[in-house]
Design a protein around this ligand. Structure first.
Ligand code: R7I
Ligand code: MG
Ligand code: MG
Length: 324
């Protein structure tokens, strides 16, 4: 049982990197749709000609978040803020969101004394509702695997508030965390009960935001009739990207013969913010299928998969040692 869970931890973090790296190839917020045929030309053939597929800010920040939790044995806002900002200053080429660098500069200038202060000032004081805190929240679900939902939600919220304090930004992070948490408990050999998955999410999100899971339920029910990608949008804001990722996972993984690759390819076909939707769907799906079912060819081509693999093991060992 413990090997099985370790395999899920690995699948989760490596899956997130694969979605980011493959998604980065398609990111274009002007697009509404990419045909599966076109996606597969790249994901099944053309990628092999590349020397390496680079990861973006989604992976960079996920790493920093996990490293901070591990080295502090829990949340330390100053440390996490510092890791996010220093990672950005070390490498600004990772396609960060348009406004979040302001937060990093202010954090650095104030020497990280008030980790939430700069985020609170974004967008005239309403805070960012971009998907940037949902895109990196995955390690929270792993770190709190044996703890209560409440504790997991609180931790997701704290990690969000360093850059994203708008309720939509925070709720997006909570929703993505819950989807990964739920997927950790499932067995890919058994049928995926889509509506049970969504019902659980609805219960846990009741206090904070119930429209998102309801929308997904509606989209799932109408999936054969409606244009799949008109359900939520596919943009850079949390209320579009997170439901799109959860929906992509659910509507592909529910079919027994589908694979991790099918989930990612479908997620990328939604177009728009493909690296982020791909990465979030990749975390949920990687967790569901486990590392051993991820495509080896993809793992070899993507930058950062070894780091993610090792980090998953560290998180797993931490959880086993501390939360028995
Ligand atoms: O959310 P964030 O970290 O960006 C993440 C995205 C991911 O897709 C990455 O892959 C990368 O492409 O960036 O960065 P923010 O700058 O906080 O938010 C992203 C964008 O969302 C902003 O640049 C705005 O365009 C938009 N946005 C808002 N617009 C108006 N009012 C976010 N919050 C607001 C708002 O309150
Ligand atoms: Mg990115
Ligand atoms: Mg993106």
């Amino acid at each position: 049982a413990s090997d099985r869970l370790r395999n899920k931890f690995r699948g989760c973090l490596v899956g997130a990197v694969l979605g980011d790296c493959f998604g980065a190839n398609f990111e274009d917020t002007a697009l509404r749709f990419i045909s599966l045929e076109k996606v597969r030309k790249f994901t099944r053939e053309r990628y092999q000609k590349q020397e390496v597929l680079l990861y973006t800010n989604d992976t960079a920040m996920t790493r920093s978040l996990a490293d901070s939790l591990l080295s502090n044995g829990g949340f330390n806002g100053t440390d996490m803020a510092k890791r996010f900002a220093e990672e950005y200053f070390n490498d600004q080429s990772r396609f960060y969101g348009g406004h979040v660098p302001d937060v990093f500069y202010k954090l650095q200038m104030s020497n990280y004394t008030d980790p939430e202060g700069p985020a609170n000032q974004q967008f005239d004081g309403s805070g960012s509702y971009g998907n940037g805190s949902a895109m990196r929240v995955t390690p929270v679900a792993l770190f709190t695997h044996n703890r209560s939902i409440k504790e997991a939600q609180t931790l997701a919220t704290k990690t969000s508030r360093i850059t994203h304090t708008h309720p939509d930004g925070i709720n997006g992070a909570i929703m993505q965390m819950l989807a990964v948490r739920e997927s950790l408990m499932l067995n890919a050999d058994q049928d995926l009960d889509v509506f049970a998955f969504l019902d659980k999410m609805l219960i846990y999100m009741e206090d904070i935001e119930h429209t998102l899971p309801t929308n997904i339920t509606a989209a799932m029910e109408g999936m054969d009739e409606v244009e799949k990608n008109s359900a939520f949008g596919n943009g850079i804001v949390a209320i579009e990207a997170v439901p799109a990722a959860v929906m992509a996972f659910l509507c592909i993984a529910r079919k027994p013969n589908n694979t991790f690759m099918d989930v990612i390819e479908y997620a990328l076909s939604l177009a728009g913010d493909t690296d982020t939707v791909g990465s979030m769907a990749g975390a949920i799906a990687g967790c569901f299928y486990g590392y051993n079912l991820l495509p080896k060819g993809w793992i070899e081509k993507c930058e950062g998969t070894t780091y993610a693999f090792d980090q998953a093991d560290k998180l797993f060992d931490y959880v086993m040692q501390h939360d028995k």
